[in-house]
Ligand binder design. Structure first.
Ligand SMILES: [Zn+2]
Length: 481
């Protein structure tokens, strides 16, 4: 029903109409993490976005083979293993396990396959041997280098010019390289470092080669989508193109898709600034749903800023959504036997179509969320005037469908709203028990018509940022920012 899915391609720097190489099937490879530490929220931006892209392709009717790899051999892993007096494989196994624990909290489906570099060493060796045979690579001092000059399209993804790159490298010339921009495919391992026997001696693969090899082994020499963070465009993805296309003589990935970074308080997260937020600590301080919501509320190609103010605003937004969901749920429970008297309902059909159209236009999630809030507003208004089981059911169905794609809105509303309020309360000078006690006192004052006292309690709470609202189901409270 929807066609002409537009997806931005970093290769052409344009939105293009998506057309898979094989009809009905999408082969997607996304570069995963180097597993030597807990992942930060920036790594999770890619995971959460590419899950949505996969879901959207499936909605469009494609069967998606989605590969997300683990880099389990690398200098940082080796350094950590030496610091901790462990094997590199112990470090990588531990952090794959830790990553999988964090990933589970997101409650989104896994990739189709999660290959590890060290399971593909034989394939990597044979891939490199073939590149040497084809004269795209050369050996010097037990190290194999890729010869960038031999691949004439080098720089096509990043838009970098070979001459500029060479002049930029003048100061740090590696004597073994024929050309300063040549990069390592295989390097020798020192005796205490992990290594594998190869035609060039005991060693280990460079970083870029593993993705070319695993993509080739699991998906073939031509894939539909290659994804990752924007920081991977150069040199990692540029080098993957050079390796894969030199090998096959064909275009490697049809669409290159890159997500932007996360900043914290308008600063780039970096080790030196010490402002890297681990996904795990964010999810335990706030909630995985808040992380998913924040990441998806901004378009994937825009930079996303995390600040306390934005985090709190997101929590308030989620409370708004879940409060409406709870209202609809409760009404349906109450009126389960009520007859549907206008079964040709379509209160939110147009809104749903706008959501689909927005996703179909380069996964434009800000428009999706604008529509989500429009639906919440409409529902609240309808419900004020005319309570109707069909409206409630259609409202829930809207959230089921949209939430299924986004990986959101499946929490149990009542419990989740309380959880979100408790997060907000942490910053206020008041506890849940105190609020409940004050509401009780106020109820008593109201019963004996002591409105002076009841107003005092209400105003006192408001000063502390707690707003009371009297409803037919008793007094409800909410946190104001
Ligand atoms: Zn990669």
């Amino acid at each position: 029903m929807l066609d002409n899915f537009k997806l931005y391609n970093s290769l052409s720097n344009e939105k293009e109409i998506f057309k898979s190489i094989t009809p009905g099937v999408v082969k997607m490879y996304v570069c995963g993490p180097t597993v030597y530490d807990l992942l930060h929220v920036g790594n999770f931006r890619g995971l959460i976005f590419f899950n949505l892209l996969r879901n959207w392709l499936q909605y469009l009717g494609y069967s998606v083979n989605y590969v997300y790899n683990y880099t389990d051999i690398d200098d940082k892993i080796i350094k950590k293993s030496q610091d901790e007096n462990k094997l590199a494989s112990e470090i990588s196994a531990k952090f794959i396990e830790e990553f999988e624990k964090d990933f589970k909290l997101l409650k989104i489906p896994k990739a189709s396959q999660n290959p590890k570099c060290t399971d593909y060493i034989d394939d990597i060796i044979s891939f490199i041997s073939n590149l040497i045979k084809k004269e795209f690579a050369y050996v010097k001092n037990k190290t194999v280098f890729f010869s960038c000059n031999k691949f004439t399209a080098y720089g096509k993804l990043s838009g970098k010019n070979i001459e500029d790159l060479i002049s930029g490298h003048r100061i740090t010339v590696n004597q073994d390289k024929k050309n300063p921009i040549d990069f390592v495919l295989w390097k020798p391992s020192k005796s205490k470092e992990p290594g594998w026997e190869s035609p060039w001696g005991r060693g280990r693969p460079g970083w870029h080669i593993e993705c070319s090899v695993m993509a080739n082994e699991l998906l073939g020499d031509q894939i539909d989508i290659h994804g990752g963070g924007m920081d991977l465009i150069f040199p990692h993805h540029e080098n993957e193109i050079a390796q894969s296309e030199s090998m096959s003589g064909k275009n490697f990935a049809k669409y290159w898709v890159h997500n932007n970074f996360i900043k914290f308080d308008d600063q780039k997260m970096s080790k030196s600034l010490g402002n890297i937020i681990k996904a795990r600590s964010f999810m335990s301080d706030y909630n995985p749903e808040v992380l998913k919501y924040m990441i998806l509320s901004v378009h994937y190609r825009s930079s996303l800023n995390f600040s306390f103010k934005q985090i709190n605003q997101s929590i308030i937004s989620l409370i708004k959504i879940y409060t409406a969901l709870e209202k609809a749920n409760n009404y349906i429970k109450e009126k389960d036997n009520e007859k549907d008297n206008d079964s040709n309902f379509s209160y939110f059909e147009n809104d749903l179509n706008i959501v689909y159209k927005s996703l179909n236009n380069d996964i434009n999630t800000p428009i999706v969320f604008a529509q989500v809030f429009n639906v919440v507003r409409k529902f609240n208004n309808y419900f004020k005037n005319k309570k109707n089981i069909n409206i409630a059911k259609e409202f829930l169905s809207f959230f089921n469908r949209v939430g299924g794609l986004l990986g959101l809105f499946s929490e149990e509303p009542k419990k989740f709203i309380l959880e979100l309020n408790l997060i907000l309360l942490k910053e206020k000078d008041i506890s849940l028990e105190e609020i409940e006690e004050k509401i009780k006192k106020r109820d008593i004052a109201r019963k004996i018509k002591n409105f002076k006292d009841s107003d005092l309690i209400r105003d006192d709470l408001l000063k502390k940022g707690i707003e009371l609202k009297d409803t037919i189901n008793g007094t409800k409270w909410s946190v104001r920012l």
